[in-house]
Design a protein around this ligand. Sequence first.
Ligand code: AMP
Length: 442
Amino acid sequence: MTFEQFGLTEALARAVRESGYTVPTPIQAQAIPVVLAGGDLLAAAQTGTGKTAAFTLPILQRLQGTEAPRRNGRVLPRVLVLAPTRELAAQVADSVRRYGTHTAVRAMAMFGGVGMQPQLDALARGVDIVVATPGRLLDHLARRSLDLSAIEILVLDEADRMLDMGFINDMKKIFALLPKARQTLLFSATFSDAIRALTEKLLKNPQRIDVAPRNATAATVSHTMHPVPQSRKRDLLVHLIDDQRWTQALVFTRTKHGANRLVTQLDAAGIQTLAIHGNKSQNARTKALADFKSGKLQVLVATDIAARGIDISELPVVVNYELPNVPEDYVHRIGRTGRAGLSGRAVSLVCSEENAYLRDIERLIGRGIERVLIPGFETPARAEPVAPAPARRHAKPGHARGNQAHHASPGKQAAHPAAPAAPHRRKRGGRGGGGGSGRAVR
Ligand code: AMP
């Protein structure tokens, strides 16, 4: 399969060549003909599959052939892309501009946390494609600075995450203002009942595309977990970064506070680190991401929501400093490595309280995650708070080993019956302690 087969205009074919793409990814191979033909699309594809070009290239092709509608002399947008986060909106708008660089099509990103004026100016100049987060889009609608009456194509990017983030009511308000006769494309990594309900409302006879088995992580990613008490995670992370010479790692924490703390701790260990999360200004997030992409920054610490949709190609390592309590988030996190056929590594630091999360994740991704004990950083056999004070005070590699006899094997340990339940663990059937042991080791 080649890009020539799609019959793209020379302007687009050239942009594809300049991007260095030679072979369409599976989502591109399947989606581009459907979108070119004007059909609705329901695509199961996570970020990293090349989905942005899969909808952008055919959309640009369709726009190129037609005259822009105008009202009071102003060009009206014909395409609306909704995205859950500012990062994703900015990134998709960048991609649209990149693929459309040799066309006259104009695109803009529209998201909150930045000044309104540049967005108002862009709308006044006229844009063909608006890539927006729902909140700021509604602000523009309230000010009547945006007219959606000429929208021909609606794209919902990472629709599952938009629902997770509670945007459903905002989305409904927006849908109500769109022309009924339009093409709708919906991309989602996962398919909950809520997503299904949404697709039934919005899509007309959609073509369904599933490029990866649902909830699967890329086959090129190796998954490893290191058992470690919570209090030793930071030391273990520093050790791994040094010992395994990670030049670039994206590290996930569950909370913004945890992200900030980790940045301070890694910085103190001489590792250049920044965090991106919702409490940071848009400028700080953009800068951290740019420094990380350019290689200036060795470690980027992120929370799930902030990292959603970030495009960092060829990322070698993704670290789960804390496991997500929603197993689907593991799939999203790991989507940042091993992309476009490159190999990647997913490394999780797992304390005993997180074993239930780990089992949920293994069940979701349909494979076991290899346990690797790092000498000196093992989980104590007894729950940590009752460990004798002297051993804990000087928690140097080696001191925890007095407990090692309890660790019969890595696999056994993962299903340790004494592991306390995670404090806010979701409801699960009583499992009598031993469940899941048979699939502990890959
Ligand atoms: P996306 O899933 O749209 O975020 O794309 C993931 C990454 O794959 C981006 O860095 C794209 O530039 C890259 N990419 C998209 N299409 C191709 C292709 N056909 N060949 C190689 N890389 C691609």
